[in-house]
Ligand binder design. Structure first.
Ligand code: TXA
Ligand code: MG
Length: 324
């Protein structure tokens, strides 16, 4: 693989010039950082898969700058999809829609639907407006690891492999977009994410949730094990926590705003939102997981979050991080 002297900066012109040369670069979005390349180029897509070490059966999300642009790449838009586009583009919403033939098959892993979204980040929206093509971008982490929420997270893991990271500051949503497809007119949520189920259902009425595609999955980000730190993570098993405490383990605790009492001095606790705000907790989740992963702990223990708003996406990520 080609080696680069990776630059981190906020210069749209420079990012654009690398992308126009067919290179892949890190880009900020409101959810997590992406690893972006020309979505209409097979070669750029191949580079994304290889930098990320991602299996080719796992399709990429196409990013564009407006709902009107989306129509250039999709051939059918169900009525409720159109409503969601009006409300949440830009936003943390990815729609699965029938693709037009100009979208290369490698982007969709041969599926006839394309995942498409309009990210709500000023730098990236400007970049997309200036480019003559949309951007394919998975999260900018090695396959299976925690998604990056700062430019430095991207740098730590991909330095040398990409020429440029566009630094747009820490991401404000902090978990990946919510993925919604359609069965006829009916919305189906395939990945819980930064747009809450309640917000979607306010617009579409009740939505089916289908987030457990197992082997050779339709939405492989939904593999049971994903988003995983290197240190083992235990999620919502209070008896296991008691045993770990008795064994005097060095435990890293993640919770909303509840501190565990009686931990030894080698433990480390992170309260994701002392005020109990689930949006703030989502924003801080991945950075907290990364920091506990590199603190020399024996194990990470995560306390279950309330199953409302972004708490559902947080629980989903923690559950997958816990599977070994
Ligand atoms: O917030 C996000 O969505 C971030 C930022 C960078 O936009 N991107 C992201 O991409 O999370 P990625 O590649 O890490 O996750 C995309 C998910 C994968 O689980 C993939 O399987 C699914 O979207 N996906 C992509 N295209 C699909 C398609 N045509 N049908 C079904 N699932 C698809
Ligand atoms: Mg990902």
């Amino acid at each position: 693989m080609q080696q680069f002297n990776t630059i981190i900066d906020n210069d749209i012109l420079q990012a654009r010039s690398f992308l126009e040369k067919g290179e892949v670069v890190g880009i900020p979005t409101e959810t997590v950082y992406g690893l972006a390349g020309n979505a209409l180029s097979e070669d750029a897509a191949l580079k994304i898969f290889s930098v990320k070490n991602r299996p080719h059966f796992d399709p990429l999300i196409v990013h564009t700058f407006s709902a009107a642009e989306v129509d250039k790449y999709v051939s059918e838009v169900p009525r409720k999809a159109r409503l969601l586009m009006q409300h949440f583009m830009p936003g943390a919403l990815t729609l699965l829609l029938k693709k037009r033939s100009l979208v290369p098959d490698i982007i969709t892993s041969g599926l006839d639907t394309v995942a498409i979204r309009v990210p709500n980040h000023p730098l990236t929206l400007q970049l997309l407006r200036e480019l003559p093509f949309p951007l394919a971008a998975p999260s900018a982490n090695p396959f299976g690891y925690i998604s990056p929420t700062t430019a430095l997270h991207v740098y730590d893991q991909l330095k040398g492999k990409i020429p440029y990271i566009l630094d747009g500051g820490p991401t404000i949503v902090g978990v990946e977009s919510t993925i919604v497809g359609f069965e006829g007119e009916d919305p189906v949520i395939y990945r819980l994410g930064g747009l809450a189920v309640e917000e979607i259902e306010n617009i579409t009425g009740p939505a089916q949730i289908n987030i457990n595609a197992a082997s050779n999955p339709k939405t492989p980000g939904m593999l049971k094990s994903h988003y995983a730190p290197a240190v083992p993570l235990v999620f919502d098993e209070p008896e296991v926590l008691q045993t770990l405490k008795k064994e005097e383990k060095a435990i890293g605790v993640i919770s909303l705003n509840h501190a565990i009492q009686g931990l030894n001095g080698n433990c480390k606790q992170i309260l994701l939102s002392p005020q109990g705000n689930l949006n703030e907790a989502a924003k801080n989740l991945f950075a907290a997981m990364r920091s506990l992963d590199t603190s020399g702990l024996d194990i990470i223990y995560a306390i279950k979050f309330p199953e409302i708003g972004l708490g559902r996406a947080i629980n989903d990520r923690l559950k997958r991080a816990a599977v070994k």
